[in-house]
Design a protein around this ligand. Structure first.
Ligand code: GCB
Length: 622
């Protein structure tokens, strides 16, 4: 254990008084559970200015203007939403004369000219503020902005956030006016080598404010964060924390679960942290067959919050996955966060239902939410529908492994993902990476991320989608040879036999030898087919080829003794600028078992049939 960690735990021990085996509380400033707070939505129409050269941000010496004393008129006009009284003044921006974009939503699908745009856009929302409950403090919340956001309210810079898939908030109590507030956001989705993800991905770089924006009202001292979950390995012991912010940090904190007649009192320390431990008697555990959620109420003085929380355990035992102590099989599928009908990022409850109903039709109990944290509606809807989740950060392919800032960025995204979703019973696996090339620097980077994951949440399993390798003596024997494999709880790998590697018949001649006594999830396999293209099974891009590829892959993979789950690539065709073949791909990765519009391809039925059989086998207690 690192010295800092030891120091931290010792500090927690002293501050917490009685607590042992402390879990690291989130180091993020995130206010969690927006769904059940007093909020005022700022979704809707926003003004926008396309500023490709970032003229409103850099002066002509390319120095950021908002860090200098003498901001130029140009940037003043942007940040302060300034309008000249004297018409002879040179002001080159005017939000009022500019067009509008709908938020949430990417700019790409809202304006044809912006379809492939990767760059800078200024957004502005004007609003009056009428407090819901004469709130003492107000925060502005963004569900996600892709990729970099600089936020200004009434001319005052609130802060900056990087990472396109995680929420952030800033306090605005002292800058807020009753009338005519001007909220300006500089959004930039340029891809960068040192960013997370990096330059090269196989998905579309949707830009803009892609998830909800809202004001959050809270009392002076409020419940910012909490974890109410079963202790690792226990089916009836709650082990968690509640974290307050404000000026009355040491106080009494109540947790109640009315349906179970539970009402417990705890005391927070001078840092606002209360450690929560109690016994759950006769609770129905959450499972895909019975996704039971309890109303949990937390209060601290004036601050009250409700959440719907499920309780379950998730562990491994040798190569078995155990949910509430019982072995099970993950009948999964990968998903991108995209609604192909609108051709935009998915973000709403309706979008989540659209995608998850397709998942249910396949008889899945599991989704791999690739390759970045999906919106909270998706996780919560899946939880209600009994669908377990693999959640991932965009450490994808060739990240800048040696760059300290890149690591910090990845760790911040990981922290925000775990902070937001740690109370969701359906999230069972945190994934720290996808298909990263083996090197010392990369393994160090990923090992640090795994360490951080376990500090933040030791109750869930940790994994990463690794790659396959051939055994040198025999090119038809496959293995996973990766020093990182020893650190994961679940061994997962992507493999494309029959598509990038030979034709489907190659599966029948190939075998696997996995030397780890851990559960195995094949986190990707698949091939492209355009819906409605029919030919013989040897013709690429046809539904018949994809069908054959599924038949042969399933047959082959089912022979891996440790196999405990599959998440084929992918539920639905998705946009990717790497996919260029005219008439077939046209900018879409066609590996979906559904088309982007939701039409089922032949492979859908093969996978569903396989899952029906697996379900039966596990019900009779395989
Ligand atoms: C992969 C990647 C995934 C791609 C997929 C493909 O291995 O993890 O992001 O989209 O292959 O279709 O090539």
């Amino acid at each position: 254990m690192k010295t800092v960690q030891i120091l931290f735990i010792v500090t927690l021990f002293i501050l917490g008084g009685k607590y042992v085996n402390a879990q690291l509380q989130s180091s993020s400033d995130q206010i969690i559970n927006i769904q059940h707070r007093d909020t005022i939505s700022l979704n809707g129409q926003w003004k926008y200015i396309v500023d490709q050269y970032e003229n409103g941000y850099y002066n002509y010496r390319y120095q950021p203007i908002d860090q200098q004393e003498n901001a130029s008129q140009v940037s003043e006009a942007i940040f302060n939403d300034y309008h000249p009284v004297n018409k002879s003044e040179r002001v080159e921006y005017d939000f009022d004369l500019s067009g509008e974009l709908t938020v949430p939503g990417s700019w790409n699908y809202q304006d044809e000219k912006l379809f492939y745009y990767e760059g800078n856009i200024w957004y502005r929302k004007k609003f009056d503020y009428n407090s819901l409950k004469s709130a003492k403090r107000v925060f502005i919340y963004f569900g996600a902005v892709n990729y970099e956001a600089h936020v200004y309210l009434n001319g005052k810079k609130l802060g900056m956030h990087q990472g396109g898939f995680t929420p952030f908030n800033f306090e605005i109590t002292s800058f807020l006016k009753e009338k005519d507030n001007s909220l300006v956001v500089k959004v930039d989705n340029k891809r960068k080598k040192e960013a997370v993800p990096t330059l090269n991905t196989d998905w579309f770089n949707y830009g803009g404010i892609t998830r909800d924006v809202a004001l959050i009202e809270v009392p002076e001292t409020f419940i910012r964060d909490y974890k109410i979950q079963l202790k690792k390995g226990s089916l009836n012991q709650i082990d968690g924390f509640i974290r307050l912010s404000g000026n009355k940090l040491a106080q009494s904190v109540m947790v109640s679960i009315p349906e179970l007649n539970i009402k417990k009192e705890f005391t927070s320390n001078e840092n606002g942290l209360a450690f929560v431990q109690f016994q759950l008697e006769n609770a129905t555990l959450w499972s895909p067959e019975n996704p039971k959620l309890y109303q949990v109420e937390i209060s601290a003085g004036e601050s009250k919050i409700m959440d719907e929380i499920g309780f379950r355990s998730i562990e491994t035992q040798g190569s078995d996955l155990l949910l509430n102590g019982k072995s099970f099989f993950l009948r999964g599928i990968c998903i991108h966060e995209e609604n192909g009908i609108r051709s935009d990022r998915a973000w709403s409850v309706e979008d989540a239902r659209l995608l998850l109903n397709r998942v249910k039709e396949l008889n899945c109990n599991f989704v791999r939410l690739a390759h970045y944290p999906h919106n909270e509606n998706m996780i919560r809807q899946a939880e209600k529908m009994g669908i377990m989740v693999w959640s991932e950060i965009p450490v994808y392919w060739t990240i800048d492994w040696e760059n300290e800032a890149t690591y910090k960025n990845a760790e911040a995204q990981l922290t925000d993902m775990i902070t937001r979703d740690k109370n969701r019973a359906n999230v069972i696996i945190w994934s720290v990476a996808n298909e990263t090339p083996v090197s010392d620097a990369r393994t160090r980077f990923l090992t640090n991320l795994i360490g951080k994951t376990r500090e933040l949440d030791n109750t869930r399993l940790v994994s990463a989608a690794l790659e396959k390798h051939t055994i040198s003596e025999n090119p038809l024997v496959f293995a996973v040879e990766d020093p990182f494999a020893q650190f994961v709880d679940v061994l997962s790998f992507n493999q494309y036999l029959g598509w990038y590697d030979g034709l489907p018949e190659k599966c029948t001649r190939s075998t696997w030898t996995i030397k780890y006594n851990k559960p195995v999830i094949v986190s990707e396999f698949g091939g492209d087919a355009k819906f409605g293209v029919h030919a013989d099974k040897d013709t690429r891009w046809s539904e018949e080829f994809q069908e054959e590829l599924y038949i042969r892959n399933l047959e082959m993979l089912d022979k891996i003794p440790q196999l405990r789950g599959l998440t084929p690539w992918i539920l639905t065709d998705f946009r990717s600028p790497r996919r260029l073949l005219p008439g077939i791909q046209d900018g879409w990765n066609r590996k979906g078992v559904f088309s982007e519009k939701g039409e089922k391809k032949k492979a859908f039925f093969i996978l569903k049939e396989f899952y029906n059989k697996k379900q039966k086998a596990y019900f009779i207690g395989k």
